[in-house]
Design a protein around this ligand. Structure first.
Ligand code: G
Ligand code: G
Ligand code: MN
Length: 345
């Protein structure tokens, strides 16, 4: 059951091999035959680690790597991974000043109403351009920021950028529009988060109804009571709660009602197979309908996908076909164009 045991061993390879040999024998439990999978990661002090935490993190990585190679039970970090860990450490320290050094910015990916064809909202996404490294992909630095706790400050900064942008949009007469920011699982274990959100919106004098919070499904699965309360509080403040990457985790159906959600975002992987395997999306739409949830389709890349989603009465769509994530100026241009088009209809 994914239990992890760490231990310091004088002759790790030999012991891991012996353990692997023993554990590869099936275990009989009454009339059941249980097969176990075992993987071990080995890290040597002080190859890449300077302290206990780094040693544990490195060994844990080596284990995950071993897990990916079926049949290869134990694994030592290869040079490439050692490099990756060193680079992660470097990125972590660079990230500490990334915001004050103005290396970060946000982009907005529009979301289209599938019945009217108009833009109704946008997802706010962070970007980091490092002067030496170049663009650091969010998939690379968000996990680093989550491990180091920096994500809390980063996500609040992103929310602030969204507030500043919303203020400017409203000043231009764009009032029927919403922005959704991503919340990491880390936020859901920070009891101060809802209050921080509330005070940020107050500081910029903005209606909470203009904002949504995207919570990833994998974070929800591990939700405890505190986290559930926080999602509830966000809702009470007036924000919309959206469940991100829906279909990739294992949300219990009870969460769909317990959690005061407003929307589901269908993960890109389901939209990719929409033409060959429409049943999955069909059932998500039915489920959402039963729970009165809005549905956003993510990663729409082809006209065929768009047409199918329209036919199936999915509410919103987001993806490269409609628009890539764009900077604020381009977003404003798109919105003004869209408003003009609506007026001439
Ligand atoms: O579009 P992109 O490559 O930026 O996003 C990659 C991943 O990073 C997505 O899963 C997205 O949810 C996450 N992400 C992007 N921006 C933010 C952010 O501001 N905060 C958090 N927590 N995650 C983000
Ligand atoms: O996990 P989250 O939903 O926050 O991820 C949003 C991510 O999806 C961002 O990295 C964004 O750049 C990316 N994205 C948005 N639209 C598309 C698309 O049509 N195709 C692909 N491949 N990625 C997309
Ligand atoms: Mn998202």
């Amino acid at each position: 059951n994914n239990a992890e045991l760490s231990t310091a061993l004088p002759d790790a390879e030999t012991i891991c091999e012996q353990l692997a040999a023993r554990l590869s024998q099936p275990v009989m439990l009454g009339s059941y035959t249980i097969k176990l999978r075992f993987s071990a990661g080995i890290l040597r002090f002080p190859d890449v680690a300077n302290n206990v935490e780094e040693l544990m993190e490195g060994a844990s990585r080596a284990r995950r790597q071993a897990c990916r190679y079926q049949g290869n039970y134990s694994h030592q970090l290869n040079n490439e991974m050692v490099q990756l860990i060193r680079e992660d450490k470097w990125l972590e320290s660079e990230l500490r000043q990334a915001i004050t050094k103005r290396q970060c910015f946000v982009v907005y990916q529009p979301q289209y109403d599938l019945q009217t064809g108009h833009i109704v909202s946008a997802e706010v996404l962070i970007r980091w351009r490092h002067p030496a490294y170049g663009m650091v992909p969010p998939d690379r630095f968000i996990p680093i920021a989550e491990r180091s706790g920096q994500i809390l400050d980063i996500d609040l900064w992103v929310l602030e950028q969204a507030c500043i942008c919303m203020g400017r949009l409203m000043a231009k007469g764009i009032i029927d529009f919403r922005l959704a920011v991503n919340a990491s699982g880390t936020e859901l274990s920070n009891p101060l988060y809802p209050e921080q959100v509330r005070s940020m919106l107050r500081r910029y004098d903005l209606p909470p109804q203009r904002f949504g919070i995207e919570i990833t499904e994998t974070a929800i699965v591990e939700l405890d009571e505190v986290a559930k309360m926080m999602v509830k509080t966000l809702k009470e403040i007036g924000l919309e709660n959206e469940l991100d990457d829906f279909g990739t985790g294992y949300t219990s159906l009870s969460h769909l009602t317990n959690l005061q959600l407003d929307a589901l975002k269908i993960d890109r992987s389901y939209i990719m197979q929409l033409e060959t395997n429409p049943k999955l999306v069909d059932s998500i739409l039915q489920l959402a309908d039963a729970f009165s949830l809005r549905v956003v389709a993510e990663g729409v890349e082809t006209i065929e996908q768009l047409k199918l989603l329209q036919q199936k009465r999915c509410h919103l769509a987001q993806g490269y076909l409609l628009s890539k994530p764009v900077e604020e100026e381009a977003l404003i241009a798109l919105l003004l164009e869209d408003i003009q088009a609506a007026q001439s209809e």
